[in-house]
Write a protein that binds this ligand. Structure first.
Ligand code: ATP
Length: 534
């Protein structure tokens, strides 16, 4: 992972936000290569899910044909949206503060082990930012007991590493960065939504929130889309956009950021077929990651256990990837696919809330009315053929653009060998990104800067540039130029050499197989198009 992080910085995939001021935790900038990569990920998703979707055919595994359409909603929405969605009351993590180190931790992410030495039993811990929690726990315990590393055998461990959530009495807890026992506060709720004030003269009554997910913009526009676009259930609405969560412990590069982008679909269907649609979307979304280059046992689809499900969900599955920064055998979520029933549309209606299925309505105001009232608008759907009126069920595939981009980067990073210009094998770093998402599709080189080669290479560069993001490079030995493109993940390099001038052909080199073949100069654009777009 360290090698990948350093390559991302060195080659301009990712930078820490505001780096010249020391950075800001949980925020990342995409550099010149990174911005192209992430755009390509989002464009591939949008094309495969929305614009390229065939409304007329039945997709393999789908119960019937369906339509797809898009939306782009605002980041700041009416505060009532978040009350009705449940985020205002329920979107929180628990945190603990250390009175001594003044540091803050997520309660469930502090891990520790019970240990006894010198007649005292303590729960020694490590924070969630620790890369080697077992070693850090031991170091903390040794320090606390005044022991040296070689005296580690005096520590009597009791049980395996567990979360701080298993501990009731904090007086025996040695905080991750504390010197004494009992410095951690009791866990406190902490809402993850960023708050802001709307308007120059605004006070607390004008407080609003930066959206923590893009989904709600889709639900509150459900009626607008139905009324304006002639779509019929079953159909899906897709949105890509920024979301914000004030994560207590942002970590693992871009995996857990405070500002990130989501790619979400809300798929509206008849309640009777919602179980089938759930299975369809779960499989369809899993396959998408495989098609984009994540494969093998590093990628998995994990169906949630019944006790993990939200109260409204009858099925949820996560697409997960074994990121290299996670301990062996652990996976991180790339996307969640959830059967949400009619919970969201019902929550945004008024007076139609059912306390049985929607606990938000249980909270009553002083007049005995539900405290979080919906919009008062009818968000049901009437089928104009059968005349049936119902509240559609929703299947929600919710993906993170940054997590997907990070997984593609991790999967792509490869160290192998390639011959240099003298045919001698040299080690190289190559980013084996899928051609569809690679930031640059091709690079064009003149072998040397004379004999008409630069002119011919620039001609090819210009004709490719009309269709693709390509790069022209005439500086340095050609072997070095290939290596730079290998690190950038450029799948094809086109070289103009002496033979090109005499017979009008150029070589194309394949990044992964290192295979080289000659094509006519005028066929280069068609050849690259075939290679990139299939
Ligand atoms: P986690 O359990 O990892 O916090 P989540 O279950 O809260 O994630 P969802 O609310 O289901 O995540 O959000 C959908 C997707 O949005 C996630 O699968 C992930 O790809 C992305 N996402 C969520 N939180 C973050 C974050 N802090 N940074 C980057 N991406 C995120």
């Amino acid at each position: 992972m360290e090698k990948l992080v350093s390559l991302c910085k060195r080659r301009g995939f990712l930078f820490q936000s505001s780096e010249i001021y020391g950075g800001i935790n949980g925020f990342w900038d995409y550099g010149p290569l990174g911005v192209e990569l992430k755009r390509n990920v989002k464009e591939a998703w949008w094309r495969d899910m929305v614009t390229g979707h065939d409304d007329l055919s039945t997709m393999p595994g789908a119960p019937e044909p369906y339509e797809m359409t898009g939306l782009d909603c605002t980041i700041i929405m009416h505060p009532q949206v978040w009350k009705c969605s449940g985020h205002y009351d329920l979107f929180h993590d628990y945190m603990v503060d250390c009175r001594q180190s003044k540091r803050r931790y997520r309660h469930d992410q502090v891990v520790g082990r019970w240990v006894e030495a010198k007649g005292q039993i303590v729960f020694a811990t490590a924070g969630s930012d620790s890369d080697h929690p077992e070693a850090d726990i031991e170091r903390n315990a040794l320090k606390f007991f005044g022991l040296r590393t070689k005296q580690a055998d005096q520590l009597k461990w009791d049980g395996v590493m567990v979360s701080l959530t298993t501990v009731d009495d904090f007086s025996q807890v040695l905080g991750p960065d504390a010197k004494e026992l009992g410095t951690l506060t009791e866990p406190r709720e902490y809402n993850l939504m960023f708050k802001t004030i709307v308007g120059a003269l605004g006070g607390e009554e004008n407080a609003a929130f930066l959206r923590p997910e893009t989904a709600q913009g889709i639900f509150v526009n459900f009626k607008n889309v139905v009324d304006s676009s002639r779509v019929r259930v079953p159909f899906g609405i897709a949105q890509i956009g920024k979301s914000f969560r004030n994560e207590i412990t942002p970590r693992n590069f871009t995996f857990r950021s405070r500002e990130f982008e989501q790619m979400e679909i809300e798929f509206f269907c008849h309640p009777n077929s919602s179980a089938e649609w759930y299975t369809y979307w779960r499989n369809r979304r899993f396959q998408w990651y495989i098609d984009m280059g994540l494969a093998g046992d590093k990628l998995r689809l994990r169906e949630h256990d019944p006790d993990e499900l939200s109260h409204y969900s009858t099925g949820t599955a996560d697409v997960e990837y074994a990121f290299p920064f996670l301990p062996a055998g652990e996976y991180g979520e790339l996307e969640g696919i959830a059967h949400r029933g009619d919970f969201d549309l019902r929550s945004h209606m008024e007076g139609k809330l059912d306390p049985e299925s929607n606990p938000l309505t249980l909270e009553l105001d002083e007049n005995g009315k539900p405290r979080h009232r919906g919009s008062g608008k009818d968000l049901t759907y009437r089928d104009d053929i059968t005349n049936e009126r119902y509240t559609p069920h929703v299947i929600e595939p919710s993906a993170g653009a940054d997590r997907a981009t990070l997984a593609f980067l991790c999967e792509a990073y490869t160290e192998d060998e390639a011959p240099d210009e003298n045919g001698k094998m040299q080690s190289r770093v190559v980013m084996k990104l899928h051609p569809r998402i690679a930031p640059l599709k091709a690079a064009v080189f003149p072998l040397v800067k004379k004999d008409g080669m630069p002119e011919m290479a620039q001609d090819i560069y210009r004709s490719l540039k009309k269709k693709f993001n390509v790069f022209y490079d005439e500086k340095g030995a050609v072997g070095r130029r290939y290596r730079r493109q290998d690190e950038a993940g450029t799948p094809f390099c086109i070289t103009v050499d002496g033979e090109s001038i005499s017979d009008g052909t150029v070589t194309i080199r394949h990044r992964d197989t290192l295979e080289q073949w000659r094509v006519k100069k005028d066929d280069v654009v068609a050849e690259i198009d075939k290679l990139v777009n299939g």
